[in-house]
Design a binder for this molecule. Structure first.
Ligand SMILES: Cc1cc2nc3c(=O)[nH]c(=O)nc-3n(C[C@H](O)[C@H](O)[C@H](O)COP(=O)(O)OP(=O)(O)OC[C@H]3O[C@@H](n4cnc5c(N)ncnc54)[C@H](O)[C@@H]3O)c2cc1C
Length: 509
């Protein structure tokens, strides 16, 4: 509970307290900026979640951080007063995780965006948390190095946000999630202490020294500490790629094809599915694409040396052919780019299926066992029909990740009510299929109500870790740990949903 009137569930502090807070913060920081004008604070009230479109939450103040020292000073100040502190990267998260649901201070990390050192011989990079993923890889490319995780939000998401959500992306099926690539972190704890995980000053690529704190902070969504520097492992850029386009008349065959490829000893670098509605949407949105109409298409990508890539692509085609209506592969860069364009526009394209509609990012990220994907896709279609909400589904099928895209009229409160029921049933479906409510986007506030069911007694252990590191509960309250009220009971302000932004043309990964 706050001593200063900030901590949820207390209401907002008075205007004079807000002014005092901003004045205090300005006196603490040396190179960072403090934002306290209410119009500017509105920009911090949202992330990419449907939840914050329904119920935006501006903070009482935002600090645009430019140094770890300033962050330490702000956190110490907040800890003394029990004021909530919410770290924020690019706010591309779809779970309300970077939004100050309990008021207090948002610490924006996106201005700390320097690549500090590219250590080419040791194949690692040191960088600040606000570096945008695509920009990092642009700087690594001249060294023929790559940081392999690749979220669809690559051109926006920060590496600090990626580490905090353990982002995956298309190539996680071969290269693993962000956690596989983080060697060490500098983290500011809830009491203002700065620690370095992964051994102080280390440049080693391996370590068995003690508890693996790096992995504890990766995926912790800002509830255990604020990441101020990352040491990331790199890989040489694979010299060649090929892509296999396979078309299926039955979803079940698509699921079997994925199993056949892995069973055949091939490890694709990406395996992406588009369902029938996604195919229709892409063809309307980009008529020159001419994807074949079918129940599903799967794109398999392989990478490596040129001869090996051709061998893998041919082998995939052979394995998939008995199950597919058609299969063809190419290692032509233009063909590869065209097919990836079809995949990357799908998130925006689905909007054409219901003119004037908006994507509602809720229940958008389940992950199920690969063998249960066809069953899951059919169940999503049933949920869509039951609630009369069109859903187009695509995803990282190689790892079982599915992104159902729900299309609603954001001006219609009944659509909003029904899409929240859809999200609830999809989360339930993920768990019933022996999967998870989130394959890569994280929990935030949107999925916090499902964590007790998802984790059982393990959630208590997570709470104990949180309590040990943040006894006052100031770091990102409302994220991961929340009341167990049903997700559909989240306060709904239908008016706030009016005029939801149209889908942008980005990879809704
Ligand atoms: C179009 C689109 C496509 C996407 N595609 C993918 C995809 O393919 N794969 C995928 O995994 N995700 C995807 N996402 C989700 C999102 O981009 C990722 O979760 C991303 O990692 C978030 O990065 P961010 O910088 O925007 O973090 P934010 O959204 O700002 O924050 C996310 C969480 O991390 C915490 N946080 C941020 N920075 C720090 C820090 N320095 N220290 C401590 N905590 C911090 C925040 O408090 C919050 O809880 C997509 C999102 C969009 C909008």
């Amino acid at each position: 509970m706050s001593t200063d009137g900030h901590t949820s569930p207390l209401g907002p502090p008075s205007e004079s307290k807000r002014r005092q807070l901003a004045a205090d913060l300005r006196s603490l920081v040396s190179v960072s900026a403090v934002v306290d004008q209410s119009a500017e604070l509105q920009t911090y009230a949202y992330d990419a979640s449907f939840l914050t479109q329904l119920a935006p939450h501006p903070p009482d103040a935002a600090v645009i951080a430019r140094s770890a020292e300033d962050i330490m000073a702000v956190v110490r100040y907040a800890a003394e007063r029990g004021i909530p502190v919410t770290p924020r990267g690019a706010a591309t998260g779809q779970t309300a995780g970077s939004v100050a649901l309990g008021g207090g201070i948002v610490i924006a990390l996106n201005a700390m965006d320097r690549v500090l050192e590219i250590d080419v011989p040791n194949m690692q990079v040191f960088c600040e948390p606000g570096v945008v993923h695509a920009k990092l890889n642009e700087q690594l490319a001249p060294h023929r190095l790559i940081f392999p995780p690749d979220p669809g939000s690559s051109k926006m998401a920060t590496v600090g946000g990626m580490a905090s959500t353990n982002a995956h992306g298309m190539r996680a099926v071969k290269y693993g999630p962000t956690s596989s690539w983080v060697l060490g972190l500098k983290v500011i704890l809830a009491d203002g202490r700065l620690i370095e995980t992964g051994s102080v000053g280390s440049r080693a690529k391996q370590s068995s020294a003690g508890l693996e704190l790096t992995k504890l902070f990766v995926g912790s969504e800002g509830v255990l500490g604020i990441i101020t520097r990352l040491r990331l492992k790199l890989l040489p850029i694979p010299p060649a790629r090929a892509i296999v386009l396979s078309v299926f008349d039955r979803l079940e065959n698509a699921g079997e094809a994925v199993q056949a490829v892995f069973g055949g000893g091939i490890s694709p670098s990406a395996v992406e599915i588009l369902d029938e509605r996604c195919i229709q949407a892409v063809n309307i949105y980009r008529p020159r694409m001419t994807l074949p109409n079918a129940e599903a298409v799967i794109l398999f990508e392989v990478d490596g040396n040129p001869a090996g890539v051709r061998w893998d692509a041919e082998k995939i085609a052979d394995l998939v052919r008995p199950l597919a209506r058609s299969v063809d592969w190419s290692d032509e860069p233009s063909r590869i780019a065209a097919l990836w364009e079809a995949r990357s526009v799908v998130g925006a394209a689905v909007g054409v299926l219901r003119p004037g509609s908006n994507r509602a990012y809720c229940g958008e990220d389940i992950c199920v066992p690969v063998a249960r994907i066809p069953e899951t896709l059919r169940a999503i279609q049933d949920i869509s029909a039951k609630h009369n909400i069109p859903i187009a589904t695509y995803g990282h099928i190689g790892g079982g990740g599915l992104h159902p895209g729900h299309l609603i009229d954001g001006r219609d409160s009944d659509d909003i009510r029904r899409v929240l029921l859809v999200a609830d049933e999809i989360h339930d479906l993920g768990l019933r299929m022996d999967g998870t409510t989130t394959g890569e986007h994280g929990v935030g506030a949107s999925r916090a109500p499902y964590m007790a069911r998802e984790h059982g007694p393990a959630l208590d252990v997570m709470r104990q870790i949180k309590q040990a590191l943040d006894p006052k509960g100031i770091l990102n309250p409302g994220t991961i740990f929340a009341s167990e009220a049903s997700a559909v009971e989240i306060p709904i302000n239908a008016e706030a949903a009016v005029g939801l932004p149209a889908n942008a043309e980005v990879d809704h990964g």
